[in-house]
Design a protein around this ligand. Structure first.
Ligand code: FEO
Length: 388
């Protein structure tokens, strides 16, 4: 199936309705798409990004449907296999095609997909190529989300092809982002899981893009933005330093002591008009937790003690939060132990990436008692003081 998004520009990618996990790590509750765009210039033809290798047959069928007898350039904005994996099959099908990318991406593609050096053409930042009546400009934009990433801008049609950047994991029959609340959620989840660690790079890329006249953003996952300000404004909000006065509360409890503390703290925060979002880590989708980390100023980690340390699933959540480098400002820890342990020390060690202030933790022995509830009230007071 191919769809024309503008004259002589076609969406030729594939919808993956069934995929539920990416990188064997990231949940995909809404599936995903691998978008590929065919641009037929008056002299040359270019394909922007390919698809996941599991879908290469569909991509080749789509290109047959487009009636192609040649591709001159296969533009590789990013070396990750969900976009590059079908390139070897394309090179076989179109023996005169060249892979056009930057040097770093070329090195990675040779390494990951064993594509021979002679099949490449390399470009530098700001370089342009002509397809006849259409001109492609390449913008080197590292770390969205690998070091080799670049964006392609189609001058005459004012379309930005940013690959993963601005993308969303959303399988939908709608070519454009018409259901904005749905797309917003998926794009935010995508940002949280993939882009958030690179906020400072994204800030610079957005500044650079502000000098481009962009009428459409066509990412390589999810719908096309025919109103680009929708996603540009969302990104500006997500990368800003303004954390929202919200408390996220990932927790696990084995025998209810920690759960009693969690319930008490939730009520104490609600009484102080503080928004709190609890995540039972035995049930939650970690993508939801990642999304909440985009905005929240405060996280309280709640864990029982297992063999002297935090519950391993709590450690997983803390490890993930540390990797994602959210704009959290305050962290506290609550929980219970039976006979001792180093829960706090271990959690502190694992949050080295976060520029946070630790609010006095409440770690108690056994089931919570009157004094412990008073300490939880004090913690809620301290949080209120900090976030206001
Ligand atoms: Fe969609 Fe980084 O690949």
């Amino acid at each position: 199936m191919i769809r024309e998004i503008k004259k002589n520009i076609f969406a030729v990618g594939v919808i993956d309705w069934d995929r539920r996990l990416f990188d064997e790590l990231i949940p995909l509750p809404d599936g995903t798409t691998y978008n590929s765009y065919l641009i037929k210039g008056s002299e040359k033809t270019a394909l922007i990004d390919a698809v996941d290798p599991t879908k290469e047959k569909e991509l080749l069928e789509n290109l047959d449907e487009a009636g192609l007898d040649k591709i001159d350039y296969i533009i590789a904005n990013h070396a990750e296999q969900d976009h590059s994996g079908a390139i070897p099959a394309l090179l076989k099908r179109f023996p005169k095609a060249r892979v056009l990318t930057n040097q770093k991406c070329k090195d990675m593609l040779m390494d990951l997909l064993l594509i021979p050096s002679e099949r490449f053409l390399t470009v530098n930042d700001g370089e342009k190529i002509s397809l006849g009546d259409k001109t492609l400009e390449f913008i080197i934009a590292p770390w969205v989300h690998w070091p080799e990433t670049m964006l392609t801008y189609l001058r005459e049609d004012k379309i930005l092809f940013p690959c993963d950047f601005f993308g969303s994991h959303l399988a939908t029959s709608e070519l454009y982002a018409v259901d904005e609340s749905k797309v917003y959620g998926c794009a935010k989840r995508y940002y949280a899981e993939i882009m958030m660690p690179f906020r400072s790079y994204i800030k610079k890329h957005l500044e650079k893009l502000s000098s481009y006249d962009i009428e459409m953003i066509a990412p390589s996952h999810g719908p096309v933005y025919n109103k680009p300000e929708f996603i540009l404004n969302a990104y500006k909000d997500w990368i800003s330093d303004n954390a929202k006065p919200e408390v996220i509360l990932p927790f696990i409890s084995m025998h209810d002591s920690t759960k009693k503390m969690v319930d008490y703290l939730i009520s104490a925060l609600i009484k102080r008009n503080i928004k709190v979002i609890p995540f039972n880590l035995t049930k939650t989708d970690v993508g939801e937790l990642a999304m909440s980390l985009v905005d929240a100023s405060t996280m309280v980690i709640a864990s029982p003690t297992v063999l002297g340390g935090p519950h391993p699933q709590v450690l997983y959540a803390v490890y993930l939060a540390n990797l994602l480098r959210p704009k959290l400002k305050y962290v506290s820890v609550i929980g219970s132990y039976g006979w001792g342990g180093k829960m706090l020390d271990i959690i502190k060690e694992m949050t080295g990436n976060l520029k946070i202030e630790l609010i006095e933790p409440v770690i108690i022995k056994g089931y919570p008692k009157e004094d412990d509830f008073e300490m939880l009230d004090k913690l809620a007071d301290n949080i209120l003081l900090k976030i206001n």
